[in-house]
Design a protein around this ligand. Structure first.
Ligand code: HEC
Ligand code: HEC
Length: 241
């Protein structure tokens, strides 16, 4: 749950930004949709102005994510296929803003193309005084999914074996993704986000909805991971790619 004291500040900030974007005059049935750069201004509040992510809001780096993958995820959030589970506070935050897409295919395609064109690995956001934003969440999220509980730091060598046997088919031997099989590029995703998604897939928080044909395939794979340690190992390898 979000602590009462920080909730108003967080959401006041969000709403101010959403207000700016929704004030734009693009009817929901527009054939051209809202331009990607304009809509993205509201995404940057959580995902960072250059798509570099913001860990304190649990929002992953999305710069360079394939447009076909982003479009599918945005649809999943809109349709309630992703981001509805009570344990999934980050996903529910993303689901909160889906009204901005106005269910408009062109708008979704525009912002997805904009994200794909962003250069991955942009600098972390800093405050006007040059100080970096802290990594800690501004609210308490008391959940087993808030952190990975591995007993030791990830072992990239052990992780490489797992990756090549269990993951490479759909995400590519180099983690660059496989559009034909629907597995997206993993190399630019932050370690903490990958950890959470693997736990979500494993535990039926993501990829359990029968409409989620791609997520269901991934969920079957995540269930092959023995424990949190094996997750940490495979992530340690992905981080070397
Ligand atoms: C209130 C904060 C917030 C805002 C604003 C926000 N997002 Fe997100 N978004 C998140 C969080 C948190 C996640 C991760 C959800 C999870 O962990 O499952 C996410 C996930 C995503 C994903 C899936 C990433 C992946 O690798 O699967 C996409 C795509 C995305 N957001 C696009 C957008 C776009 C486009 C906008 C702007 C129109 C936007 N987001 C605005 C918080 C936000
Ligand atoms: C049978 C094909 C397949 C295999 C094998 C597979 N994946 Fe996936 N994976 C997918 C698909 C498809 C998606 C996209 C799901 C969606 O669209 O929601 C995905 C999504 C993911 C995501 C979420 C990405 C994001 O941006 O949110 C992660 C992390 C991931 N896979 C890691 C792995 C790891 C690690 C392995 C090996 C243990 C693995 N996958 C094996 C098909 C596969």
């Amino acid at each position: 749950m979000i602590a009462k004291s920080t909730r108003p500040a967080l959401f006041a900030g969000m709403l101010a930004i959403l207000g700016t974007a929704t004030a734009q005059m693009y009817p929901p049935d527009s054939e051209t949709g809202v331009p990607g750069d304009e809509l993205y201004r509201a995404c940057g509040f959580c995902h960072g102005a250059q798509g570099q992510g913001r860990q304190r809001l649990d929002a992953p780096a999305i710069a360079g994510l394939e447009a076909w993958y982003s479009e599918r995820q945005i649809r999943n959030f809109i349709d309630g296929v992703r981001g509805t589970h009570p344990e999934d506070l980050p996903g529910r935050q993303m689901a909160l803003i889906t009204g901005m897409f106005r269910n408009n295919d062109a708008t979704i395609a525009n912002v997805s193309a904009f994200i794909e064109a962003l250069e991955p690995g942009g600098p972390l956001e800093s405050r006007p005084n040059g100080e970096l934003f802290p990594l800690e969440r501004p609210f308490a999220w008391d959940s087993p999914y808030a952190e990975l509980n591995a007993s030791a730091p990830g072992d990239a060598d052990a992780g490489e074996q797992t990756f090549q046997v269990t993951c490479a088919l759909c995400h590519g031997a180099n983690g660059m993704g496989n559009a034909v099989l629907g597995g997206n590029k993993l190399v630019d995703l932050p370690d903490w986000y990958i950890a959470r998604q693997l736990e979500y897939f494993r535990d039926g928080i993501r990829g359990a909805d029968p409409r989620d044909t791609f997520g269901m395939q991934m969920a079957a794979m995540a269930k092959l991971l023995r424990d949190d340690q094996q997750i940490a190992d495979v992530i340690a390898f992905i981080e070397t790619l």
